[in-house]
Ligand binder design. Structure first.
Ligand SMILES: Cc1ncc(COP(=O)(O)O)c(C=O)c1O
Length: 369
């Protein structure tokens, strides 16, 4: 008997992802005070774990109550000012979100928009970066959850650094599921969130700032924002000082998850993600699904797939849910024509096999009808 049901399905959406028993227990543990030494100790462990995971050895790490979108906006408002130029390497829906955030804050945005499912050409990125005033900031999403495109972070960062820009990476759908040696790549800012490959509950905004980004933030001084002003969060990150109430249960759960990530070991974890992604892709290929992401840009954390002819994606998702498996619909240009399947965090071979089995039954039902 499967432990999953329509009401409590296996979450194979690209976040939130399943929690391990240890992380669930941490989430259900007694509530802690935001001013407790225990909460400060959890924050210290999370901050050092995230530095190691991202390969940003000297980063300031901020853990704010909020979601990934808050991390995106915080990173922007603290490191650029209205009128400055920002180049966004756009691989889908979440880069569009950065375009909106930057526009609202009065930035001069250049949007290098790739065809859906494809990588932006580096030559085009370079041409846009080198056109006109040098950009203050270049933004790229490591894995865009709408298209499944894994960016060429090394290539984009090199172009951006040549122009003197600060480089901001969105790791919401990558951090914890793939290697991010960001000091080596020249990335200055990482925004991420716990609910995907970090395998913890949603509700925290994570921002990592390199010394170069910190310098820029200090030169610019405080942004026209209160909660989002990162300087107000510096003391609460390293002591029991109060600025705003910490999300203590979420911090406790993320602390447990980070500990599990390091007990698995980073090499082993990244290898597992790669292997599970291959298993998912091979299984879906056998069931005649087509990846909508170009081969060279496939990500280890999720797959974006068109169902075979004769299989309706909305009905497929409903049938899967009746079987206790939740997958996500396509969004943006892929709405109505794709399913998105997360295979990251605590989800491994067993979970992917369960999905493939359920998909096999559901597609057989539709094609037999
Ligand atoms: C790549 C990426 N960036 C940003 C976000 C926004 O994060 P949140 O929904 O936690 O605000 C998401 C959410 O799915 C995402 O996939």
């Amino acid at each position: 008997m499967s432990p999953y049901s329509r009401e409590d399905p296996l979450l194979m959406i690209p976040g939130p992802t399943p929690l391990s028993p240890g992380v669930r227990a941490a989430l259900a543990a007694p509530l802690r005070s935001h001013g407790s030494a225990e909460n400060a100790a959890s924050l210290a462990r999370i901050r050092s774990g995230l530095r190691r995971l991202a390969g940003m050895s000297s980063a300031d790490v901020f853990v704010l109550p909020g979601s990934g979108t808050l991390a995106m906006e915080a990173a922007v408002v603290n490191h650029v000012r209205g009128g400055e130029r920002v180049v966004i390497v756009n691989h889908g829906y979440f880069a569009d979100r950065f375009v909106d955030i930057c526009a609202i804050h009065g930035l001069d945005v250049d949007d290098v928009h790739a065809q859906w499912g494809h990588r932006a050409s580096l030559d085009e990125v370079r041409a846009v970066v080198e056109r006109g005033a040098p950009p203050a900031l270049v933004i790229v999403t490591h894995v865009d959850t709408s298209t499944g495109v894994r960016a060429d972070v090394a290539g984009v960062a090199a172009v951006a650094r040549d122009a003197g820009a600060v480089v901001l990476l969105d790791g919401v759908c990558s951090t914890g599921g793939m290697r991010e040696d960001l000091d080596d790549l020249g990335v200055d800012l990482l925004v991420t969130a716990p609910q995907k490959a970090l395998a913890a509950p949603p509700g925290l905004a994570l921002v990592l700032c390199s010394p170069r980004a910190r310098e820029r933030r200090q030169v610019l001084r405080a942004p026209a924002a209160y909660y989002l002003d990162l300087s107000r969060w510096e003391a609460p990150m390293t002591s029991t000082a109060y600025f705003a109430t910490h999300a203590t249960s979420l911090i406790r759960a993320l602390d447990a998850s980070v500990a599990e990530i390091f007990s698995e070991g980073l090499d082993e974890r990244f290898r597992r993600h790669h292997e599970v992604a291959e298993l998912a892709r091979e299984g879906f290929r056998e069931l005649h699904f087509t990846p909508l992401t170009e081969e060279a840009a496939l990500a280890p954390t999720l797959s974006v797939l068109a169902p075979p002819t004769g299989v309706d994606e909305a009905r497929l998702r409903q049938d899967l849910l009746a079987d206790g498996v939740l997958v996500a619909p396509g969004i943006g240009a892929f709405a109505g024509m794709a399913i998105r399947v997360g295979h990251m965090g605590a989800a491994g071979r067993a979970e992917v096999m369960l999905v493939l089995d359920a998909v096999r039954r559901a597609t057989a039902r539709q094609t037999a009808a």
